[in-house]
Design a binder for this molecule. Sequence first.
Ligand code: ADA
Length: 557
Amino acid sequence: MVRLYERHRVRETEELDGIWRFSMVGTDKVYEMAVPGCWEQHPDFPGYRGKGIYSREIYSKRRGNIRLVFMGVSHTADVYFDGVKVIHHYNAYTPFSTVVKNVTAGVHQIRVEVDNTFGEHSALHIPNDYYTYGGITRPVSMETVSDVYIEHVHFTPSISAGVWNARIEASVVNLSAERQTVEVRCTLAGYVMSERAEIHGGGRAFVVFERDFDCVKPWSPKNPELYLLETVVCLNGVALDDLIERIGFRTVEIRGSEVYLNHERVYFLGFNRHEDYGGVGCAIPLQLMTHDMDLLQDMGANAVRTCHYPNDERFLDLCDERGILVWEENHARGLTLENMQNPNFEQQCGDCIREMIENHYNHPAIVIWGILNECASETKEGRRMYQKQYEQIRSMDGTRPVTSATCRHFTDICLDLPDIVSFNMYSGWYQDCSIEERNQQELEWIRQSGGDGKPVIVSEVGAGAIYGYRDRSRCKWSEERQADLIRDSLDVYMNDKNITGIFIWQFADCRVTEEGGWFASRAKCHNNKGILDEYRRPKMAYDVVKEMFETARDRLV
Ligand code: ADA
């Protein structure tokens, strides 16, 4: 399943999830590998960092254009169709697609060469405090598209004088050499909008509708009202293609030092959640995503930060359905200036941002775009790159605030750039200091360093504990100590009127990269700051968070 709702009623689609053939590059042995999946789950490849080849056959019922859609391949894919390379893609966390034109009826072969190696070719997937798995880790599908098909439909809601308005932009592609004149028709909440479009051969047209929508209900955490926006392209009255987007009427804005959703103040009671689950790696199936969502909501969370990369759209669909607010961010964690000066860095970041926003734009749950977690924001060169990425996001989407989680305490020179200032704080864990005093120092520094008057979020707060390790001394790494630190930290941050939200680090333990030096000092080669372990077994802190979030909801949300 690629998404949690039906995206097409005209376009023929086929999901390609299942068993593909797999071979490690340089060997002849052929395995059966599940797609989606991580090759690390196979007993022969528990820690394999290298290249692998997936292949399978597909059947085309008739001559036509085949569109292959990959929701995520970790971390680089070279896709071949009948032996011809049709697309290259870097980054495990963003979807990509390609159209193979004029495919004959019958059997064809898809081959995907996957690479999860580190090196200069990979500026974002580097040894890190999370794990870069290998494989076709998210769903794959195949579509038959007409010569004229719908590439994207973006929905931008707004409200004025109590009346909802929306701008709908459809991007329609013409694969044929001839100019085509088509009708583009959108249906939403009982309203029908239609426009003729002329598209040059090999070109694309953007068709825009803008209108009021009376009597629609807003999307909100309490009432996540969703609507289907159906777009159809017709030629001489015959439907050629369609695309169904699921949208919500909501606005998010900054007012002074607060974040507002539909003109109501928002407070984030959130978790940082890596896409990593014991036994399946980053290829989390829907039933386990749903389990995570159930646990998040059981603890009283109203928000998730997709640390540190764009997430699987099925999880974003779940957030839309459950009214869970999302801070989604581009792929980057803890990159030094040297890392950011990798010749591939700016292009790979730019591609990730573009693909994240192009594909995730319509999720009403996404209310913040983030970039560059704990990267070199204390340097002038780094600032140039932060500024460039904020500008890119704002050029693609001016409706959502932007932020970046910093750990460059007292040295960050980029706090004037984002709409929201966010900082990661581990007082009592990494620094043996008073949480309250350190918080006041941080807030004063933020005020003096370009963040004055802006909303402030504590984007990470947490402590480590080994699941099952209980100790009455409440010593470090015991569940008791983690529970104490979580309680003390939330007590400070949730009672500080200068702070408009917190995201606990982290929801569940996750695997880290042994090649990363100090990360290997982490027990089990995992980041053990989860409130649950990697198998979602709750630690003592679970009930502390549940009690404190539930109390806070009445007061803050
Ligand atoms: C940083 C980083 C997280 C994680 C955390 C930790 O704040 O953003 O990815 O590494 O520290 O556990 O130390």
